[in-house]
Write a protein that binds this ligand. Structure first.
Ligand code: PGA
Length: 229
């Protein structure tokens, strides 16, 4: 069976390293219950510490620089992320587009830099048109995980439920654009009660989980629900 992914995006949470350690340990425990690859994406500054606790799950970052190194105040490079134990990185998340005005050109630059650093890219796209724009810039999606992430479905931006059948339709469209073999994920208010249907009826290879990944009980139930797919 093709590899399946559960990617936990903690966003700018939790407030302290102590809480992050506890949350990560719960995610580690949950990750042992599934054959899916569980990737935890904490804020940058916790990743190095959490890599010391990492056994079964993998670590990812929520963003990276479009440059490999140099004078870029506040930025973090792909190779720095690799060095502290990250193997994945999310680029083009809808919150970065909305609040930080990140453009498709910036996202593509980050995806290229992350690939150069040996990170696996988790590229978010709102719709087929955005994915086409990325294809023009990147040419190939080899080794990139593509996330269908409609912003209106994100828990903090309306949490509009997208029916699994509609996810399946878009996932099919995304597959046509991205090319054969590219894994398509879905993100937007995925929780323990919706995860199973999103996998089985939504025809995706994985899920990007925000708020539900901050609740250890909910995240564990979600992982278990996916297990029986
Ligand atoms: P959410 O976040 O699960 O909280 O909606 C998902 C995402 O940011 O893609």
């Amino acid at each position: 069976m093709a590899e399946r992914f559960i990617i936990a995006n903690w966003k700018m949470n939790p407030a302290t390293l102590k809480q992050a350690r506890r949350l990560f340990q719960a995610a580690e425990k949950a990750s042992r219950q599934t054959k899916a690859t569980v990737v935890v994406c904490p804020p940058f500054l916790y990743a190095g510490e959490l890599s010391k606790l990492q056994k079964h799950s993998l670590l990812g970052a929520q963003d990276c620089s479009f440059q490999d190194e140099g004078p870029l105040t506040g930025e973090v490079s792909g190779s720095q992320l690799r060095d502290i134990g990250c193997s994945f990185v999310i680029v083009g998340h809808s919150e970065r587009k909305k609040y930080l005005k990140e453009t498709p050109a910036m996202t593509a630059g980050k995806a290229r830099a992350a690939t150069r650093a040996g990170l696996r890219v988790v590229l978010c796209a709102e719709n087929a048109n955005e994915l086409r724009a990325h294809r023009k810039k990147l040419r190939s999606f080899k080794d990139i995980l593509v996330v269908y992430e409609p912003s209106s479905a994100i828990s903090t931006q309306g949490a509009k439920r997208v029916a699994p059948a509609s996810i399946a339709k878009t996932a099919k469209e995304f597959r046509k654009i991205a090319g054969r073999g590219v894994q398509i994920l879905y993100g937007g208010s995925v929780g323990a009660s919706s995860a199973k249907a999103i996998f089985s009826e939504g025809g995706v290879d994985g899920i990007l989980v925000g708020s539900a990944s901050l609740n250890p009980g909910e995240f564990s139930r979600l992982v278990k629900a996916v297990l029986i797919v």
